[in-house]
Each structure stands twice: as C-alpha cells, then as structure tokens.
Write a protein that binds this ligand. Structure first.
Ligand SMILES: Nc1nc2c(c(=O)[nH]1)N[C@H]1C(S)=C(S)[C@@H](COP(=O)(O)O)O[C@H]1N2
Ligand SMILES: [Mo]
Length: 427
C-alpha cells in the first residue's frame, strides 16, 4: 500500500478521502512513534511506575471512573459546579468532543433541571394514572418494576440545544455550548401503552398531561397517539437505575420528541381530551415565527448532525490524515446518510455510518480527511428515512426567522486555520 496520501482516493475537494480507507487500515500520520526494538524491550523491564510496586486498591461496591478521567472529562455546567443557582434552570452539557461510540455515560448525560434535582425516596414515590380512564391506577416503583419492560437505544435532545446558533454572530465557540444538550442512552422501561390499557382509556381521550415530582412540577401535554405508540416509563438507563438528574426513580420517555416532554420524576399522568396549556407549552417551548405567530406543540426533533472531532477542543497538530467524526440523529426514525464537506459546503463526500443504525438514536459517522495545511471549513449534513435533509443555517433562518430560540438543526461549521486551530464559524 502506498504511504503517500496523494495517491489515496478523494471523494470531495480539500482533502476528503474515501470512507472505506479506514477498513483498509490506512490511517496515515497516526500519533504512535516507532522506537528501535532493543530500547523498547529495555524499557519494559526498567521503567516500572510506582503503581506496579505495591498491590493496588480493593474493589468498590459501586465503581467509579478513574480519578484522572473525573478530573478531565467534565460536563459544562450552568451555573458552574458548586455554585448556587440564582436563575430558573440548571443545565449540564455532554462533552461530545470527548465521547466515542453512541452511548453517553450516565454521569455525562446532559441535564436540564428547571427546579433542581429532587432527592426522591423510591419507596415513597408513586405514579398515578387518572383522568379520562375507566380505572385510575396508583403504582409504586416496586410495582412498576414487575411489569414487562422494553429496552431501546434512544437519543434525548433539549429543544434549546444549539439555540446560540440563531444568533447573528458565532458567539459560542465551544461544542459543549452549541451541541451539548443531546445524549444517547439505552433506556429500559414499561411501555406506557400497557399502563394505559390497564387503566382503560375512555372514549374521547386525546391527550395526557404528565407532571413531575420536582418542586415546580414541570408539566407537558402529550398526544395520546404518541403515548400508545412508543412512550415508556423508564426505570433504567444503560443498565443501571436512572441517575437522579435523569429522573430517578422514574421518568416518562417520549422517543424523538423534544426533551422537555420527557417528564422526569413523573408522579401523575392525567388523561384528557385536550392539552392543558401549561406555562411550559405557552410561555416556554413555543416557536415564534417571523410573522409574529408562534408554533405550538412542535414536538418532534428534526434531522441533525455535528462534527465532534476535530472541534474547538482538538486542534490539528500537523498536516496529515485525520478521522473526521461526529454524531447524527433524527426524531423521524433512522439516519440514512451523512455527508461531510471540507470546503464550506461546495463539495461533499459520503461518510461511513457506524452500525447498527437505530431509529431515534445517535448514529456515529466518520470519514478520513487529509489536511494539507491550508484553510478549510468542515461541515456535516445528515439525511433521514423520512426523506428529510439537514438544512443550511441560511435556509433554516429564511424559513423560520430568528425570533425563535428552539429547534435549531442547521448545518454547523468548523473553520480550520493554517495554524491547525479549529473554531466555530458561520459559512
Ligand atoms: N420534572 C421535570 N422534568 C423535566 C425537566 C424538569 O426540569 N423537570 N426538564 C425537561 C427538559 S427541558 C429536558 S431537555 C429534559 C432533559 O432530560 P435530562 O436532564 O435527563 O437530559 O428533561 C425534561 N423533563
Ligand atoms: Mo429542554
């Protein structure tokens, strides 16, 4: 095989290479340094670090990540960790520049808590299903745990994710701040249809109002069709019980819908014939259009993607071949294709998708790219099985104006400078 990147098959301008090159193990410019055989063997017998000299720690009841990882792999929190919230909400953003694969570790899942995280005793928490039902039911967490469960990998995205990208100028340079309010997990829970069936829906039941057990009890109205299709009362996340910030001990989970409908710490589900018009669906979470009217119940999340590496957090140390990778997702089902551009959207190359590609879950994409040392603008564009394509920022704004703060799904651009620095730009 040739060692010269110039011989590698190009699929788009400014250095984008064929996605199949990874399978042929042709990563050039990799970081490993070759040392002569003899000196390498020496270092194995002489270079013993202190942790090899005495027996190590014992095991723990509940294991934690390495203290080195705890130190460097952090969510971006607002307000910063340890400070007292003065505003209404507290958020934590997933550091996607440090993530690989598609599952977000529990401790790094994003969080939006409008009224803090309640410290709920699972033995005292109950879910009540009432309203337009034949038989209202009350379920303890224990009782819920005995129902049949389903397990699915799903993304969860706050509709306010990427809201800064509506601004005139690229204000937030960091990936955490622009795309940190989306995460992916394996969720296990009881299908809501089973519980609604047990309660028995009365004729005319069209919506349900889910209310959380936090002090401000966030409530949202959810169409009954969605609830019967694939909503669940989630108990487990990535095999363990939900984390407190994710709704411990139980949360509603509406796959593909905007995050705020997935009521955490859920304690009441009331079946009704109409939406309740709670403040979270009138004052908050509506989308103001250019004509001054507001879209309401814009519940589904649209097709979207972002390059997570390189990003502002990883500049390019030298010319060479790099993996450009990122995540794509859509509330409409599966991602079917992701393209990457290195010239600001003039030419595009198809990225490889990491399988299995699951509906309403993060899909990782990657493509090899040779950075020749000149300026570049890296972008990704996702397609889904509903035939939707991620719009350019310009097209999105032409359609929706800039009065709105939610549901930004436009193409994101990373500008690469001649010094290898990477920064968020508008292209
Ligand atoms: N009870 C309750 N549920 C809630 C919230 C909340 O503040 N209280 N925040 C909502 C918002 S705005 C989002 S985006 C998601 C975030 O879920 P996560 O914190 O598990 O990522 O939870 C939703 N459910
Ligand atoms: Mo949200």
């Amino acid at each position: 095989m040739s060692n010269d990147a110039r011989d590698l098959p190009r699929v788009a301008a400014n250095g984008l290479l064929d996605r199949r090159l990874f399978m042929r193990n042709m990563m050039l410019g990799a970081a490993g340094t070759a040392t002569a055989g003899a000196s390498l063997a020496d270092s194995v017998s002489t270079g013993q670090p202190e942790w090899m000299l005495t027996p190590g720690a014992t095991t723990e009841d509940y294991g934690m990540p390495s203290r080195f990882e705890m130190e460097r792999t952090k969510r971006w929190t607002v307000p910063p960790a340890g400070q007292i919230a003065t505003g209404r909400s507290i958020a934590a953003m997933t550091p996607h520049h440090m993530m690989h694969g598609t599952i977000t570790p529990g401790g790094l899942h994003f969080e939006v808590n409008h009224h803090g995280i309640p410290d709920i005793d699972p033995d005292r928490h109950e879910l009540i299903i009432h309203g337009m039902v034949e038989r209202p039911i009350k379920l303890s967490v224990d009782a819920l745990s005995n129902y049949p469960t389903e397990t699915h990998n799903y993304f969860l995205e706050c509709s306010g994710n990427s809201s800064r990208l509506w601004a005139d100028k690229p204000t937030a340079s960091h990936l955490d701040l622009t795309h940190g309010l989306v995460s992916g997990s394996e969720w296990t829970g009881v299908p809501l249809s089973i519980l609604l069936d047990e309660a028995g829906l009365k004729p005319g039941a069209k919506w349900l109002i889910a209310e959380g057990g936090d002090s401000g009890s966030l409530s949202r109205s959810i169409p009954i069709d969605k609830a019967l299709k694939d909503s669940m009362i989630a108990l487990y996340q990535n095999g363990e019980r939900l984390r407190p910030g994710q709704g411990y001990p139980i949360r509603l989970f509406n796959p593909g819908f905007e995050g705020n409908t997935s009521t955490k710490w859920v304690r009441s589900i009331r079946v009704t014939d109409r939406p309740v018009m709670s403040r979270f669906e009138t004052r908050t979470y509506t989308d103001l259009m250019p004509d001054g009217k507001a879209l309401q119940f814009s519940l589904g999340m649209e097709v979207k993607s972002v390059i997570t590496r390189p990003s502002n957090a990883n500049s390019l140390p030298k010319k060479g071949v790099y993996e450009v990778t990122g995540i794509a997702w859509t509330g409409n089902g599966r991602i079917t294709r992701v393209e990457v551009s290195a010239d600001g959207g003039q030419t595009w190359g198809e990225a490889a998708l990491q399988g299995p590609v699951l509906p309403m879950m993060l899909t990782r994409f990657r493509i090899p790219w040779e950075w020749e040392g000149g300026p570049a603008i890296l972008q990704s564009r996702a397609y889904d099985e509903a035939g939707r394509v991620q719009p350019t920022r310009t097209d999105l704004i032409a359609a929706r104006g800039t009065k709105n703060v939610y549901h930004f799904n436009g193409i994101h651009s990373w500008g690469v400078g001649e010094d290898g620095g990477v920064q968020h730009v508008y292209a």
